[in-house]
Design a protein around this ligand. Structure first.
Ligand code: PUT
Length: 401
């Protein structure tokens, strides 16, 4: 009997929102009392800026466009975590993570998503965006715009247009570190990268790579002249907690150990909890509240959330012909060697791709450099694997390996 193919590789979209606020006040004449009132107003408005106030039914409608649905939910004070029929969604105050596998179409929901977010939360600015994925095993089965990275980039560029380029720059192409591809006449705030080799294993990234505004004072982005009857309007970009530490570790594994994979079938385990315990997933990161799901006849997803605001998520396609496991977490660590080693010992992949993002404020700030420069991050497993490739990128706010 032939087993129907399933694409485990996920499309991963992470968006950080903020606001462009119009403050109508006369700068020259602002008294101390007025300043206090303005400060108070600002605090009140900011308390409404929270993605978690968007009703579940609105998320459900949005996810229909993506071609998936919510199958489980858990939350804590920091994050709402949804297990989806195809992977996961995490919603926190101003960060959305949408991770979807199979033939889902997350970029098709971008426009309604931005509208939904603005109408409920007042967030009218995408402060940063990361769209990434590994190369698919069967790209020809995907639905537009996900059949090729160039197509995905062309769509993303329409949301983040920049200045017109001259002919010479245009011919330099859009995707860096890779085959040169020209997708558009218009330059963009976004930048497209391919790490690794498109001929074998690679990982694509689109990010806005914008400069973070200083944390203390909002950055003026536009000012009108003052007249007697019309007070000047100062447009400021409010970026709440723009300097908060942030880091993400992702491990994408293929050619997994069949015995380990058998745990994630209904044949071997009768519940998700059993699979979580038997595999050792519950021991990977401490203090996580786990919401897990075991599919019929096989396949597994879990979200973990911890009180300090960090999350983890694991998705497993166990079929031997196209086995795939992904691990992702924003847990903060000065070095990720131990976590990576635990994950590899748990799933025993034949091959894997690791990515680490960290900003300067993160305790993991040195993580990307360390990953690129040494095999120590594999701990006791460093002799069991051969590294094919390593690339390091410095963006404006993040380092990446
Ligand atoms: N998946 C992108 C992660 C970026 C840093 N949080």
């Amino acid at each position: 009997m032939s087993v129907q193919f399933f694409e485990g590789v996920e499309k991963l979209l992470e968006i950080w929102f903020s606001t462009n606020v119009n403050n109508n006040h006369n700068k020259k004449e602002t008294s101390q009392q007025q300043q206090q009132q303005q400060q108070q107003q600002k605090l009140e408005i900011e308390s409404k800026h929270d993605l978690r106030i968007i009703p579940r039914q609105k998320w459900e409608s949005l996810l229909k466009i993506v071609r998936c649905e919510i199958i489980s939910f858990c939350r804590n004070d920091s994050v709402d975590a949804y297990v989806l029929s195809e992977s996961s969604m995490f919603v926190s105050k101003r960060r959305l993570i949408l991770k979807t596998c199979g033939t889902t179409t997350p970029l098709q929901c971008l426009e309604p998503l931005l509208d939904l977010v603005e109408s409920y939360t007042g967030f009218d600015k995408v402060e940063n965006l990361f769209y990434s994925r590994k190369n698919y095993k069967r790209p020809e089965l995907q639905i537009a715009p996900h059949r090729a990275f160039e197509e995905e980039v062309t769509l993303l560029d329409t949301f983040f247009p920049g200045k017109y380029l001259n002919q010479t720059t245009m011919q330099a192409g859009r995707i860096r570190n890779a085959k040169i591809v020209t997708t558009s006449l218009i330059s963009s705030d976004g930048e497209a990268y391919c790490l690794g080799s498109e001929e074998s294993e690679c990982w694509y990234l689109y990010t806005l790579n914008r400069e973070a505004a200083p944390s203390s004072a909002p950055q003026p982005t536009g000012q009108q002249e003052s007249t007697d009857d019309a007070p000047p309007t100062t447009t400021t970009t409010t970026t709440m907690n723009e300097r908060e530490p942030d880091q993400t570790l992702e491990i994408m594994m293929t050619q997994l150990d069949p015995e380990v994979m058998s745990i994630f079938t209904r044949h071997v385990c009768s519940s998700a909890e059993e699979a979580t315990r038997k595999s050792g997933i519950d021991q990977l990161l401490p203090n996580m509240l786990i919401d897990d799901f075991l599919f019929e006849p096989c396949g597994y997803s879990m979200n973990g959330v911890s009180k300090n605001g960090s999350y983890m998520t694991i998705h497993i396609t166990p079929e031997p012909d196209f086995s795939y496991v992904s691990f992702e977490s924003n847990v903060a660590a000065a070095s990720y060697g131990d976590v990576i080693e635990r994950v590899l010992r748990c799933f025993k992949p034949g091959k894997f791709v690791v990515s680490i993002f960290a900003n300067k404020q993160s305790v993991a700030a040195e993580g990307p450099r360390e990953l690129e420069q040494s095999d120590d991050c594999l701990g006791g497993l460093r002799r069991d694997y051969v590294r094919d490739d390593a690339q390091y990128c410095r963006f404006k706010n993040y380092d990446l390996s």
